[in-house]
Design a protein around this ligand. Structure first.
Ligand code: NAD
Length: 467
């Protein structure tokens, strides 16, 4: 298949998978388990090459992080789906509802695979954003075509080779290429399309999918806020935020973006985050434990957000100093109370910087959050359960972690996804299985049809109205 990366080639691949899907008929639980196991096996077999590729794509991402985030993260999703799909795929019998119970009818919902799922991943978690949704797509009995990010090309190449070695392309294939390939990919009549990336490109993807009425799962981003209640232990908050922000140098969709804290504790929180971050990274440049910013464009983007704040006279606290021109590692910048029109207030940071904002009453912070787009994640720190529940009831986000950050996406048995501008749909767990299944209602008539004797069929008379 020489043309795979052109729109013609992608379409040929899709048609081939569709034909194979139709020819296969019902997809047994055993086949689904076996396909997921094949992905597990290829990940285990290629883990060193994949970690090396991810390291090179980032210009020095630590192999330990790639192993934990992308290899073990994907394996966790795959194993959970493998071990639970049998309980997910059973028909759901619906109790008889009037008047059908009087017809002697029965009914059930049958969860059937949709067909061929297209999955577009992103560079920051170049395997997880492909293989975690794939786990649910395979559990639901589908076939799939993956489109890795062009910003992680070595990882894409190693993955494509590993998939080609283990899979018939009629079941699973990889398409590589840049935005033009992604655009062509999103224009195909998939049975379902998954996209992970920015909200702006998500809108283009949804527009392209709409032309074919393709249902979409959009895993997007946004400015995930942290609310620090007055009952929270500031030392603990500082440590959790420093650790959460350090992961992939803030290049995580659920990385804390804006931290809200009472004005009386702003200074101690700032000092605590700096101290914890410095204990993780005593130096910046050439520190092999620190993930570099992925490329020059993103390095310039994050640096410009911080510089814009400095130019406006905003207080910026740095956790270290980078040596210019050596690598793309950056210290964490804490930007204190920037104005709303600052670059860093306007855009998802997606890198090693974080905004700290002070409040007098936490309800001010909640009101401000509710004025913005629905975030992918929201975090609350505190031991006040009344306040915690009030915040849960009065905000909306894709998911929530309480007294920690970035943890809930790792819950395999709970849906992961956004809401509003942070996306739609989800993967993980039974909800992920349902996302890639068609819930098909089946009605089976009983042996006796009483509609004639009830007066429900023409010629009508008064009998039915008087019942
Ligand atoms: P991006 O939207 O810039 O690019 C994503 C992919 O879209 C690219 O790999 C590219 O191939 C494709 N693309 C670019 N232009 C396109 C077009 N016109 N038509 C179709 N496809 C096109 O995002 P990114 O920089 O790769 O990732 C960062 C964003 O992803 C952040 O907003 C982050 O929050 C989000 N993200 C979300 C999740 C999640 O699970 N919700 C996970 C990781 C990242």
């Amino acid at each position: 298949m020489t043309q795979t990366n052109s729109s013609v080639g992608i379409r040929q691949l899709l048609d081939m998978q569709n034909q194979a899907f139709i020819a296969e008929g019902a997809v047994s639980a055993e086949v689904r388990v076996q396909r997921i196991q094949q992905v597990i096996d290829l990940l285990v077999e290629s883990k060193d090459a994949l970690c090396q590729a991810m390291g090179e794509d980032f210009g020095g991402r630590p192999a330990v992080f790639s192993l934990a985030n992308d290899i073990l993260g994907s394996l966790s999703s795959l194993k959970h789906a493998r071990d639970h799909l049998t309980e997910w795929l059973g028909d759901s019998v619906r109790p008889s509802v009037k008047p059908f119970d009087m017809f002697g009818a029965s009914a059930w919902v049958k969860y059937q695979p949709k067909g061929v799922i297209g999955i577009i991943g992103t560079w920051n978690a170049p395997l997880f954003t492909l293989l975690s949704p794939l786990a649910c797509a395979f559990a639901a009995g589908n076939r799939a075509v993956l489109k890795p990010s062009e910003i992680a090309p070595r990882t894409a190449q190693v993955l494509a080779q590993a998939v080609a070695k283990r899979f018939d392309p009629q079941v699973l294939a990889v398409v590589q290429g840049g935005p033009e390939v992604a655009a062509a990919f999103s224009e195909q009549p998939w049975s379902h399309l998954v996209f992970t990336g920015s909200t702006s490109v998500g809108k283009l993807i949804m527009g392209a999918a709409a032309k074919n009425l393709v249902p979409v799962t959009l895993e997007l981003g946004g400015k995930s806020p942290v609310l620090v209640g007055d009952s929270a232990d500031i030392a603990n908050v500082a440590e959790r935020i420093a650790v959460g922000k350090s992961l992939n140098s803030g290049q995580l969709c659920v990385s804390p973006d804006v931290v809200w804290v009472h004005e009386s504790r702003l200074q101690s929180l700032t000092d605590g985050i700096v101290a914890h971050y410095q204990s993780l990274y005593p130096s910046v440049t050439a520190n092999a434990d620190m993930t570099p910013v992925v490329n020059e464009r993103h390095h310039a983007r994050v640096s410009a957000y911080v510089q814009d704040a400095k130019d406006r006279g905003v207080q910026v606290v740095e956790t270290g100093a980078a040596q210019a021109g050596v690598d793309r590692r950056l210290p964490l910048s804490l930007v204190i109370n920037p104005p709303q029109d600052a670059e860093i207030s306007q855009h998802e940071i997606f890198g090693p910087a974080v905004v700290l904002r002070s409040f007098q009453n936490i309800r001010e912070a909640v009101a401000a959050i509710n004025q913005g787009d629905r975030p992918l994640a929201l975090y609350y720190f505190g031991s006040d359960e009344v306040e915690q529940n009030w915040i849960l009831d009065n905000t909306l986000s894709g998911g929530v972690s309480i007294n920690d950050v970035v943890m809930h996406p790792a819950l395999e048995d709970a849906p992961f996804g956004g809401v509003g501008a942070s996306g739609m749909g989800h993967y993980h767990g039974r909800e992920g299985f349902l996302e890639f299944s068609h819930a098909r209602s089946v009605y089976k008539a009983g042996s006796h049809d009483p509609r004639r004797e009830w007066g429900m069929l023409p010629p009508y008379n008064e009998q039915f109205a008087q019942m």
